[in-house]
Design a binder for this molecule. Structure first.
Ligand code: NCD
Length: 316
């Protein structure tokens, strides 16, 4: 087994061999999840705590299901109602939970770097479920599995990541992962929604959708993250849809068998046309959700395996 990470904090720290290991195991979990009885004992007796300091629908549900299907005791902390509201710091909350001996801690936090900081303070494996604009590793991994299954490979593909790149941890983790697996990534969107350090990424940047989508294999749309904007990024949603919203005309510039992805939640009629999102011949958005559960099962199993090896005194 190549996987050696003690935490899953970002794609940045994973090697291509570790990514492949994880996706191979996730493939097996896709099969299990399609059975009537979806249960394994891999995490039996272990405790998983989910701490979401930011709203989430699919990521939290998916981590919860993943843990339950592997037999863990799963607890969802209601962070809105917790002592955080009374002024407790992130670290104090983490130390309190740590004293309850969890084995896996799944954390989403609005601040970039908060999950890394927390991982230094606890004894268990920490999984980053999204921190600020930094990373969202399980999203990139589930996107990679979706692409690999749809295209039959995860290398030498042309992938366009489109829209609000500046505010997106999904874009950052995907850029890192797709780069490590030797794909060509293009970023498409208005200059106001591109990160300032775009030069460091070593990717092609397009302001025009038609040019940006030309002959790509994968079109990945991103949500316009209005909650992270303080005004002035786009003229109007209507104008944005006109220039950057994915409709059949713009998709016509991609390869005829190009797939359409979106991490969700979607703003229909803003970054994507509802008919495209629902077109089962082009859109793999529901597959992404399905892969999410399998990838999270695989990630948690691998982290626990590494922990067990380490505590058994075996070199990892
Ligand atoms: C993404 C997130 O929270 O970063 N959603 C998700 O995890 N499925 C993207 C988004 O919020 O737009």
């Amino acid at each position: 087994m190549a996987f050696r990470a003690k935490h899953l904090l970002g794609i940045e720290h994973l090697g291509p061999d570790e990514i492949t290991d994880l996706l191979d195991l996730a493939d097996q979990y896709v099969d299990l999840n399609r059975q009537d009885v979806k249960h394994s004992e891999v995490l039996s007796g272990l405790t998983q705590i989910n701490m979401f300091f930011e709203n989430s629908t699919r990521t939290q549900a998916s981590f919860e299901l993943a843990g339950k299907r592997l037999g863990a005791d799963v607890m969802n902390m209601a962070m809105q109602a917790s002592s955080v509201k009374k002024g407790e710091t992130l670290i104090d909350t983490a130390l309190t939970l740590n004293a309850m001996h969890p084995d896996l801690l799944v954390v989403r936090h609005p601040q970039s770097g908060a999950v890394n900081l927390l991982a230094e303070k606890v004894n268990c494996a920490v999984l980053n479920a999204g921190d600020g604009r930094h990373e969202h590793p399980t999203q990139a991994l589930l996107d990679a599995l979706t692409i690999r299954r749809a295209k039959g490979r995860l290398h030498r593909l042309n992938v366009a990541i489109c829209g609000d790149i500046a505010h997106s941890r999904v874009a950052r983790s995907n850029l890192l992962l797709l780069g490590k697996m030797e794909n060509r990534v293009r970023l498409v969107g208005p200059s106001t929604l591109m990160p300032s350090a775009i030069g460091e990424f070593g990717v092609e940047v397009y302001e025009d959708m038609k040019e940006g989508l030309k002959d790509v294999d994968v079109v990945m749309m991103l949500r316009l993250q209005k909650e992270r904007m303080d005004g002035g990024f786009i003229p109007s949603e209507r104008e944005y849809y006109h220039r950057y919203g994915l409709d059949s005309e713009k998709l016509g510039h991609a390869k005829p068998d190009a797939i359409v992805m979106h991490p969700g939640p979607m703003n229909r009629g803003v970054e994507i046309d509802g008919t495209i999102a629902d077109d089962i011949n082009r859109s793999v958005i529901q597959e992404q959700v399905e892969m999410g559960v399998a990838v999270r099962m695989a990630a948690m199993e691998l982290l626990v395996r590494v922990r067990r090896k380490t505590t058994a005194g075996v070199m990892v």
